[in-house]
Write a protein that binds this ligand. Structure first.
Ligand code: NAP
Length: 243
């Protein structure tokens, strides 16, 4: 296995729980040098800091606050692999849910992620074999009715990822997009019926595929969805929305 992570400085947003904490644990196992990990409360990273034995540098970052993004990125400016994992989801019908909730998911998942990349841009392009990994979702590809606001934000983040990839590929930065399906994390706790992927397995798959230079990554349940989206996007939309 090609271990691109060994001795590298890596940044992971939203490392306090879910997929993010699994990414952090596996990056430590893969021999990273320094691991900059963000959360909104530093105390929520205590366990990972202890596990990292000096390698995990906890940073406070709120994706709706540009000053906190700039401060966190400045501390982490040696990171040549940037994993944008942090995200938020409000459930609801886009026609009737609070407009503020729709805007919040857009602020966090699209604008927040974009601001992190913009803040890293002056630094990362000068580093060796740099990479940006954006954790998107299968609903970046087709929306689902009960999470239409979140899906819109993840579709916007996918579009921004493509624009960034176009620009940064010319500057030697590889830009990866990961499209997981439903995972067993706090984010999807209100959904009981879905067959959810284990975030530890998804973290491993994402890191393996980034190392193998796969730019669009469809881990776990994302695999079948990605295949259908490529062959019949209208059928995927029907499957997700019933329309
Ligand atoms: N779970 C799923 O089924 C699923 C499916 C596809 C894609 N995804 C994507 O996978 C990524 C990880 O999700 P997860 O399931 O691991 O979610 P999670 O368990 O809810 O964890 C979310 C992480 O994002 C951070 N975060 C949330 N809002 C933030 C904000 N405003 N500013 C900064 N950080 C914030 C949280 O930090 P705090 O601890 O400080 O709140 C936490 O570390 C997200 O991008 C999500 O959209 C999830």
């Amino acid at each position: 296995m090609n271990n691109i992570y060994e001795s590298r400085d890596v940044f992971v947003s939203g490392g306090s729980r879910g997929l993010g904490s699994n990414l952090v644990k596996q990056l430590l196992a893969r021999g990273v040098n320094r691991l900059y990990v963000t959360a909104r409360r530093l105390r929520s990273l205590d366990e990972l800091v202890e596990l990292g034995e000096g390698k995990v540098i906890p940073l406070c970052m709120e994706l709706t606050d540009i000053e906190s993004i700039k401060a966190a990125v400045y501390e982490a400016k040696s990171a040549s692999i940037v994993i944008n994992n942090a995200g938020d989801l409000h459930f609801g019908n886009v026609l009737t849910m609070q407009m503020e909730e729709i805007k919040h998911d857009m602020m966090v998942n699209h604008f927040g992620t974009l601001q992190v990349i913009r803040a890293f841009y002056p630094y990362i392009k000068h580093l060796n074999s740099p990479r940006i990994v954006n954790v998107l979702s299968i609903v970046s590809l087709a929306s689902k009715a009960g999470i239409g606001g979140y899906a819109t934000s993840k579709a916007a983040a996918f579009s921004a990822t493509q624009a960034i990839r176009g620009t940064l590929s010319k500057e030697g930065v590889k830009v990866h997009a990961a499209f997981p399906g439903g995972m067993d994390t706090d984010m999807l706790a209100p959904v009981t019926s879905e067959d959810k992927d284990d975030p530890a397995v998804i973290a491993e798959e994402i890191l393996d595929q980034v190392a193998n230079d796969v730019l669009d990554i469809y881990p776990g349940h994302g695999k079948g969805v990605g295949a259908l989206w490529k062959t019949d996007p209208r059928q995927l939309e029907r499957q997700f929305t019933g329309a």
